[in-house]
Design a protein around this ligand. Structure first.
Ligand code: 13P
Length: 254
């Protein structure tokens, strides 16, 4: 049965800590060509050092420019950090926050992530807020509880108006870069659950409108099956986002 969708699909590529400026420029140029005209909403998130280069290439196209992180403060003595003011200066449209690699490798907690979310919203950015459980949390039956906590705490203090700038990305940590994708049914169960969490926080209409992406070993072979699920509204793609040949088929899935 054809599902009538009230939300547009949003497909984003997270390039993580890959690519020099020249490599990033080549990929961005190939994607601009491949995704025009595209059916969905698109974003690429290069590493900080390639933002300006890629920004110049995607400017005025149907591909948004994303950053992979930002500092929790606007400016000051924060060696090694990049601020929202600097990202604004580069023409960044959206910021990925709470990625599992930030949470688990760099020990970012919900309080810090929430501070970044609020600061990014204050400066008019769209935010992709990542949530997702570890394998041991899933095995202990805690997947929903972890996603609920990360969603609630990540969005603490975010107003109903600001929520329209938020996309949630459900990325089960055990599926990231491992080749193990959550089955469409398992992913759908958590997506529907996260939507119910949003409904409790912001009401049924807001829950109906919020876009929830899936991330974790998304490839051309599994994208359409995942996207066919009622509550899966797009993808946050890592490894397969690094080449036009592997990202474009996901971005153009039908
Ligand atoms: P992979 O697609 O490589 O599993 O990475 C997913 C991810 O972390 C995107 O943010």
């Amino acid at each position: 049965m054809e599902v009538t969708r009230s939300r547009d699909y949003f497909i984003a590529g997270n390039w993580k800590m890959h690519k020099t400026r020249a490599e990033a420029a080549a990929l961005a140029k190939a994607l601009v060509k491949a995704l025009k005209p595209g059916k969905h909403k698109y974003l690429v998130a290069p590493t900080f050092t390639a933002l300006e280069t890629v920004g110049a290439i995607v400017k005025g196209t149907n591909i948004l420019l994303g950053a992979q992180n930002c500092a929790p403060e606007e400016q000051g003595a924060h060696t090694g950090e990049v601020s929202v003011l600097q990202l604004k200066d580069l023409g960044v449209d959206a910021i990925i926050l709470g990625h599992s690699e930030r949470r688990h490798i760099y020990k970012e907690d919900d309080t810090l992530i929430n501070k970044k979310v609020k600061l990014a919203l204050k400066h008019g950015f769209e935010v992709i807020l990542c949530v997702g459980e570890l394998l041991e949390e899933r095995e202990k039956g805690k997947a929903e509880a972890v996603c609920k906590r990360q969603t609630e705490k990540g969005l603490a203090g975010v107003t109903p108006e600001e929520l329209s700038k938020i996309t949630i990305a459900y990325e089960p940590v055990w599926a990231i870069g491992t080749g193990k994708t959550a089955t469409p049914d398992d992913a759908e169960a958590i997506h529907a659950y996260i939507r119910s969490v949003i409904a409790k926080l912001y009401g049924a209409q807001a829950a109906k409108q919020i876009v929830i992406q899936y991330g974790g070993s998304v490839k051309a072979e599994n994208a359409a099956q995942l996207m066919a699920k009622e509550d899966i509204d797009g993808a946050l793609v890592g490894g397969a986002a690094l080449k036009e040949e592997t990202f474009a088929p996901i971005a153009k899935f039908s």
